[in-house]
Write a protein that binds this ligand. Structure first.
Ligand SMILES: Nc1nc2c(ncn2[C@@H]2O[C@H](COP(=O)(O)OP(=O)(O)O)[C@@H](O)[C@H]2O)c(=O)[nH]1
Ligand SMILES: Nc1ncnc2c1ncn2[C@@H]1O[C@H](COP(=O)(O)OP(=O)(O)O)[C@@H](O)[C@H]1O
Length: 205
């Protein structure tokens, strides 16, 4: 069976990753599986294990790190968060495409381990627009916004490590561009090579 495509959407804070991801998952003609992260934080009311996160103990998370099961992980306010490899491998193996939305540092760690994915850098039309979005979101203090814009300048330099750059000028346009990329990725010859090798061998007989 054909493996699914790993689609990694990344980019600086405030560029619109979450917004674009939500709009993408509202489209009726997509069939992506969202990568579920693992965390040591406690489930909030209504959160379901295996849907919102895989909730595990500190010890269990550290065992997973030691066993090399995490594609990437980070510590945030005293808890571990990370991307388990097994869930992604299993889902891709079943032929389903997996969608991962992650920050730039995390994405580059994942790329080292799974270079065959489609790495998409979501970019703002310009730095001024990025700043306006961070201000408009209203979730951060001015100093935090300045730090995020400064971080964005160095993150934008990492764009060259990605396979695709998608400008998020309008959400629906960005969504369409990502859908087009997935279509192209599904046609890439090196994804279907095992089937072609069988055909070539058949021809050689
Ligand atoms: N590196 C990494 N960060 C993650 C992962 N999953 C969630 N996070 C980040 O962890 C932080 C805290 O997440 P959470 O506790 O759910 O709080 P909320 O996102 O603010 O509702 C957020 O910045 C998430 O983006 C992951 O798999 N890997
Ligand atoms: N194409 C766009 N045009 C204008 N504003 C946008 C666009 N995409 C996202 N936004 C706004 O920018 C802010 C940051 O978006 P968000 O999805 O939270 O970014 P991220 O997940 O990358 O940190 C939000 O207030 C969102 O409504």
């Amino acid at each position: 069976m054909k493996r699914g495509v790993l689609i990694v959407l990344s980019g600086p804070s405030g560029v619109g990753k979450g917004t674009v991801r939500k709009a993408l998952f509202e489209e009726l003609d997509i069939d992506f599986t969202y990568s579920i992260s693992m965390t040591t934080r406690r489930p909030r009311n209504g959160e379901v294990d295996g849907e919102d996160y895989f909730f595990v103990s500190h010890a269990e998370f550290e065992e997973n790190i030691a066993a090399g099961n995490m594609l990437e992980h980070a510590e945030y306010v005293g808890n571990y968060y990370g991307t388990p490899k097994s869930f992604i491998d299993k889902t891709l193996g079943q032929g389903h495409d997996v969608f991962l939305e992650i920050d730039v540092q995390g994405a580059l760690q994942v790329k080292e381990k799974m270079p065959e994915g489609a790495y998409i850098f979501l970019t703002p039309p310009d730095l001024q627009a990025l700043k306006e979005r961070l201000v408009g979101r209203g979730t951060d203090d001015p100093e935090v916004i300045d730090r995020r814009v400064a971080a964005a300048s160095s993150e934008i330099r990492m764009m060259a490590n990605y396979d695709y750059a998608v400008v998020n000028d309008e959400v629906q346009l960005a969504v369409q561009r990502i859908k087009d990329i997935v279509k192209v990725e599904r046609l890439r010859v090196n994804r279907i090579l095992p089937e072609y090798i069988a055909m070539i061998e058949e021809l050689g007989k």
